[in-house]
Design a protein around this ligand. Structure first.
Ligand SMILES: Nc1ncnc2c1ncn2[C@@H]1O[C@H](COP(=O)(O)OP(=O)(O)OP(=O)(O)O)[C@@H](O)[C@H]1O
Length: 458
């Protein structure tokens, strides 16, 4: 069992693959592409807690949330709410689920029927689940509106007569109407201005305390997630790359992707001491995710191969070049991207411009690395990108692309700087911090420059 066993809802080995097949024949012969939106996720939300799920757009957060509440059927894996199998509930269990587990959609404008007044919108779940007798429903609608910070008079308005924040409050009132246990909140404040964001986040905190709610809080914004969550799971391209108590994310020893998200927060948490990191390139296509660690193509801490004598910084420069080569199809476009072209620049000039742009020294100290790089640059100058890719891939292969890192307990000092008795980072509740990165694996300590465990626990 991967998490402490007091879960309200638990996902194990959850996968969701969408097919992009559009027509009948494509579906029949399964010729469309497959998008592994969620790929082997274990997750549990405990009673009364807020678990934040954070990651860039397209990493699978919404799909994961919708699989958890039964809106999307997983391709593999199990989801259990209390002792109900969410993917195959009986009729009675389905009714329980529809009441106990609610989903608040990202965009309240789209999720609220514009033809219905607020009164009908909030009354609907009360009637469907027969939460209060018919004669009490009007009054209950008024109470729910007040609970979410609206006025009873809002009952007569239509969604397009409300502000974004008011619409989101109506969506929350609808979810609360059925007296749920768990709310999956999908980017609940991302469409709101800063002041309204703060008010809705405060409202959610008050509701959680008043009604003993549990939240799965989905957002691309780590600052927001940090503010509301007891624990955080960081997603990248369908996988969880880090999971732990919110406090342990600020001790500097985190997954490089999380570090980049932390460094992008405009006013970072004072506990966080890291440098600002600009991630290069876009998230790769989920239809063809990178091998090994999916983040290795953008990772500022990618591990150099042991066979080569290279500074980590130099190796990262070569990896930047490799990523660029993957993204560009046409040799002329590539040469233009270094502000030069085949007609007005010789091979030497192209090679120099590429090395300068990617911060690669003019000569590598490792002769076999230099030979491979020079040959690859010659291929680029000659317009043969495929040969360049092949040469670089065979010489500069990182363990991060050949081996997939498992989510494992991270070792080192605790968030309070105190050595942990079991050499794992935990918070005061005993919650373990898990990271899927080879830098946290003893085997790679020497290469990555990360402290060995023995030093970390002194
Ligand atoms: N119904 C669908 N059919 C095909 N592909 C889909 C479908 N829904 C989502 N996807 C793809 O699955 C991947 C994950 O999407 P998802 O919406 O779960 O991510 P997300 O992290 O919530 O992103 P966002 O914040 O932009 O909604 C994306 O590549 C997306 O294009």
């Amino acid at each position: 069992m991967s998490e402490r066993d007091d879960a309200l809802i638990r996902a194990e080995g959850v996968e969701k693959r969408y097919s992009t097949a559009s027509g009948f024949l494509e579906r029949l012969f399964r010729t469309g592409e497959t998008v592994p939106a969620v790929d082997g996720v274990d997750l549990a939300v405990r009673s009364g807690e807020t678990l934040g799920v954070v990651g860039e757009s397209g990493c699978g957060k919404t799909t994961l949330g919708q699989v958890l509440v039964g809106l999307v059927e997983p391709t593999a894996g199990t989801v259990t709410y209390r002792d109900i199998d969410v993917t195959a509930p009986s009729r009675v269990e389905r009714r329980t689920l529809r009441q106990d587990v609610q989903y608040v959609f990202q965009n309240p404008t789209a999720s609220l029927d514009p033809r219905l007044p607020v009164d009908d919108l909030v009354r609907e779940p009360l009637a469907v689940h027969d939460v209060v007798p018919g004669r009490r429903r009007g009054d209950r609608v008024g109470e729910l509106l007040e609970i979410v910070g609206l006025d009873r008079s809002h009952a007569g308005r239509y969604p397009d007569e409300l502000s974004g924040g008011q619409r989101q409050r109506v969506a929350i009132a609808r979810a609360l109407a059925v007296e749920p246990e768990l709310l999956v909140l999908d980017e609940p404040v991302s469409a709101l201005d800063a002041a309204e964001q703060a008010r809705v986040l405060n409202l959610l905190a008050d509701l959680q305390a008043a009604f003993e709610l549990s939240y799965l809080f989905i957002s691309h914004d780590l600052a927001v997630v940090e503010h509301v969550s007891d624990r955080i799971a960081v997603m990248y391209l369908g996988r969880i790359v880090e999971r732990g108590p919110t406090g342990t994310l600020f001790d500097g020893d985190v997954h490089p992707y999380t570090e980049a998200l932390l460094s992008a927060i405009p006013e970072p948490d004072p506990r966080w001491q890291g440098e600002r990191i600009i991630l290069e390139g876009d998230v790769p296509s989920p239809t063809d995710p990178p091998s090994g660690c999916r983040f290795h193509t953008r990772c500022p801490k990618v591990i150099p191969p042991t066979a080569l004598d290279l500074e980590p910084e130099t190796f990262r420069g070569v990896m930047r070049l490799r990523s660029r080569l993957e993204r560009i199809e046409d040799a002329d476009d590539f040469r233009e991207s270094v502000h030069t072209s085949s007609t007005d620049a010789g091979e030497k000039a192209i090679s120099t411009a590429i090395r300068e742009r990617d911060a690669i020294p003019s000569t590598l100290r490792d002769s076999s690395a230099e030979e491979a790089l020079s040959a690859a640059l010659e291929s680029i100058a000659a317009g043969d990108l495929e040969a360049a890719r092949g040469r670089l891939a065979s010489t500069f292969e990182t363990p991060c692309e050949s081996e997939e890192p498992a989510l494992r307990p991270s070792t080192g000092s605790t968030s309070r700087g105190v050595p942990d008795r079991n050499d794992c980072r935990r918070d005061e509740t005993g919650e373990t911090h898990l990271v899927a990165c080879h830098r946290f694996d003893d085997e790679f300590d020497d290469r990555s420059g990360k402290r060995p465990n023995s030093e970390a626990s002194k």
